[in-house]
Structure formats: structure tokens, C-alpha cells
Design a protein around this ligand. Structure first.
Ligand code: URA
Ligand code: ZN
Length: 424
């Protein structure tokens, strides 16, 4: 079977994260999420990222104050060396037959960093990433982080900076968008205005205009934008039992993908894809639910009297439909853990295309170091040195999607190499 020949497949991981030592230091110094904190009963410090983890954090803190022993439910996840060690990343790649990784800072990036600090911090983190890649030329590339809490000129400077870093192949973007100074004081979570904020247009244009690395056959230009969720949906959606009984399942399995779906649909409705036709996005988790819901989005647009009346004739003519956007401006990662979802992702950009080249827009990923193998409900360093089931699931999905060997190779590596110029 094709699976047996995996050794000969060139595998590229486009969805794989790290926190740099500098970033972890920032998390250690914080008393609001995201943060890193030590608790009794766990040798690794805990990494607490999500709104859904705040309740268990508060309960563990209460116990700690009362000296009531170690908490029964430790908040967040253990911050193992897999999150920050480059050696571990390489070991993980070798264990799973991954030839090349395009690494990115994990969520929530610099969303919580003050306006005056985020510019310099982005600069040093991006240089740190570039330096790590330089230690393993050809095996590592990276998505840069942008200082979205800083004023627009600082963000534009950052794009100029990273476009000159040798191993940078794109930028990773959450769904918050720019943080306007009025926003952070008025909303407790400090969210930005989203990816449909018109003030983002010059930033998208700048990203789309970056020239490819020298020597590359410049069929496609611009840095790729890797859109990745973090905030999920409001906690109330999960109901009163979730935080005590359901772990991270609801926010991660459903909140994350819905967040991505909503962010991209908002960009679509705002006309961002018409306004910046060279903009190319890579969507995390196979686009959330976008492949499944694209038909419904399209139909809701067609049948929305308000939208139809509000738009001028030219706007109506210019607007690409969502299928068109999926076929020309969107790539999807293959981090969906089943061939059922993977086929939907492939079909999403096949629509009405007799050649069915949706398979050229999918890219394998792992989401390392999240979703490690567990023992007694916890990850540990020894287990994490071995095979990861989360990787096997994504790998098997590619082999079970009914693809020809050539197309398996495209999804596993060739697409990423072509789009991000990963060949030396
Ligand atoms: N959980 C996160 O917080 N981030 C990821 O990328 C995956 C799981
Ligand atoms: Zn991820």
C-alpha cells in the first residue's frame, strides 16, 4: 500500500508550534491568562492559555493559598520541554518521518503585550525563530509573528523586517486583528476588531506584496498568512458542566474551528478577498467548518435582501463567491484527524473543477507540541519521545482519503514546498 512507502514520501509539517525562551519568561511573569505557573503535584510548570481554563486555575490557586495539598485537577497543560526545545522539535520530526517543519509561535502570540512593547518583542522573537532555522538549513522555516497591539506603522515595519529574514515564509495571525487603543479599555478580554477591520487592509496589502525569496520561480507572490484560532466561543456556550467535567474538548474541538470559520466569513463579507486579490491564507484545522458550510454561506449571501440592496452593481459584480475564494486564495492544512473531514477539505476547492485539483491546496500538519500521548491523563517527556497518535491520525487520514500516490505526496509535502518555496 501507499502507506508502506511512507519512507520515500517527503513530509512537510506546516502546523507546528514553539514558544521561545523569551516568550515563556513573559508568561511566567504574568498573573492573568496566558500564564505559566508552578503547582505542587506536577514536576512541569503549567501552561494556562484558554478562558475555559480560568475556573480550574482559580480553584487550584485557592487550594495553594490554603495549603490544602496538591489540587486534584491541575489547570491547563504541563509545559514540557516539547514547547520550547529545538532539539525536541528535531527529535519529533525524526520520529515521525517529517523532513521539513514550518514552525510558528503558538497562541495567543503577542495579543496581550502592550502597544509600546509588542514591536520590539516581535522583532526579537522573529529573529530568534530565524536563528533556530539557520541552525538546520533546509529542515526548518517559520511563520513570523506580528505586533498587532502596536500602531499600524509598527506592524508595517515588522512586515518589512520579516520579509528580509532568510527562513521566514509567512506570518501567523490570530483572529483578533488590530487592537485599537479604545478597545482594550472597553472590553475585558482585550479583543481586537477582527480580520474584517478596514484598518487591516494596508497590512494585508503589504503582506501580499512581499517578493518571494530570490531564485524562486515566482508563480505566486507574497507571504502566506497562517490563520490560527485561540479565543474560541464565549464560555457560556459550553454550559455549566463543561469546566468541571468535559476538559478541553468543547473549546478545542468546536470553539477553535468555529472561530476560524467566523473570522474568514467576516473577511469574505467585508470584501477583503476582492480588495486584496493577491492575499493567500493557510487556514488551521482544514478551515474549521468552512468546507462543510461554504454552500450555506453562499446561499445566505444570495438570499440576503439587505446585502443585495446595500451593494452597488459594481460591488455585486466584483464579489467572488466563496467557492472561488476557496479555489484561489485559500489553502487548508490537513489537521482534521479523519479522512471524512479531509475529503470535505479537498472537495471544498474542487467545486466545479473537472480536474479536481483541490488536492493541491491541502498541506499536512501536526499541531505539535499540543495533543501529546497521555498516561494517567497527563503527557510526560518519556512518552512524548515516542510515536504520537495525534500525528498517526492525521497521517492515516491522508492515506485513507482515496488519493493516488502522487496526490498523497502533494498533501504530505509537495504543496507546501511549492507554495512556500521550501526547496533549497
Ligand atoms: N491548543 C492550543 O491552545 N493551541 C493549539 O494550537 C492547539 C491546541
Ligand atoms: Zn495549532
Amino acid at each position: 500500500t501507499a502507506r508502506a512507502t511512507n519512507e520515500r514520501m517527503r513530509v512537510v509539517d506546516v502546523h507546528t508550534h514553539m514558544y521561545t525562551p523569551e516568550y515563556i519568561k513573559i508568561l511566567q511573569s504574568r498573573d492573568k491568562i496566558p500564564l505559566v505557573r508552578k503547582f505542587e503535584g506536577s514536576s512541569d510548570p503549567r501552561l494556562i492559555l484558554l478562558e475555559a481554563e480560568v475556573q480550574s486555575l482559580e480553584e487550584a490557586e485557592k487550594k495553594k493559598k490554603k495549603n490544602a495539598g496538591s489540587p486534584t485537577q491541575l489547570p491547563g497543560r504541563p509545559l514540557t520541554r516539547h514547547f520550547s526545545s529545538l532539539e525536541q522539535k528535531l527529535h519529533f520530526m525524526d520520529t515521525h518521518g517529517i523532513d521539513v517543519s514550518v514552525i510558528s509561535l503558538a497562541n495567543p502570540w503577542l495579543d496581550f503585550v502592550g502597544a509600546s512593547e509588542s514591536g520590539p518583542i516581535a522583532r526579537s522573537i522573529n529573529e530568534e525563530f530565524n536563528g533556530m532555522c539557520a541552525l538546520h538549513p533546509g529542515r526548518l522555516f517559520f511563520f513570523a509573528v506580528l505586533p498587532l497591539t502596536a500602531p499600524v506603522p509598527t506592524v508595517l515595519e515588522s512586515i518589512a523586517h520579516v520579509s528580509n529574514l532568510e527562513y521566514c515564509r509567512g506570518v501567523i495571525l490570530g483572529t483578533s486583528g488590530l487592537f485599537h487603543s479604545e478597545d482594550s479599555s472597553s472590553s475585558s478580554s482585550g479583543r481586537g476588531r477582527g480580520l474584517d477591520d478596514p484598518d487591516l487592509l494596508p497590512i494585508f496589502k503589504a503582506i501580499a506584496a512581499v517578493k518571494p525569496p530570490t531564485g524562486a520561480a515566482a508563480a505566486e507572490e507574497g507571504l502566506l498568512v497562517f490563520v490560527h484560532p485561540h479565543y474560541g466561543l464565549p464560555n457560556e456556550v459550553w454550559g455549566p458542566r463543561a469546566s468541571a467535567e468535559y476538559g478541553h474538548v468543547l473549546p478545542l474541538a468546536l470553539g477553535f474551528p468555529m472561530e476560524t470559520t467566523i473570522a474568514i466569513t467576516r473577511m469574505y463579507l467585508a470584501g477583503v478577498f476582492d480588495e486584496v486579490p493577491d492575499l493567500r491564507l493557510l487556514l488551521a484545522h482544514s478551515g474549521g467548518t468552512l468546507p462543510f458550510l461554504a454552500g450555506r454561506i453562499d446561499s445566505c449571501v444570495r438570499h440576503d435582501g439587505f446585502l443585495q440592496k446595500q451593494q452597488t452593481q459594481t460591488q455585486r459584480q466584483r464579489r467572488k463567491n466563496i467557492w472561488e475564494v476557496l479555489k484561489t486564495q485559500i489553502y487548508l492544512d490537513a489537521v482534521i484527524y479523519s479522512h471524512v473531514g479531509l475529503k470535505a477539505a479537498i472537495n471544498a476547492s474542487n467545486m466545479d473543477d473537472p480536474r479536481g485539483r483541490g488536492v493541491e491546496r491541502l498541506m499536512f500538519g501536526t499541531d505539535h507540541p499540543f495533543f501529546p500521548p497521555l498516561e494517567n491523563g497527563e503527557g510526560n517527556d518519556t512518552l512524548a519521545d515516542g510515536q504520537w497518535e495525534s500525528v498517526t491520525l492525521n497521517m492515516d487520514a491522508v492515506y485513507r482519503a482515496g488519493l493516488e500516490d502522487d496526490d498523497v505526496q502533494r498533501v504530505l509535502g509537495t504543496n507546501a514546498s511549492r507554495v512556500m518555496f521550501l526547496e533549497k
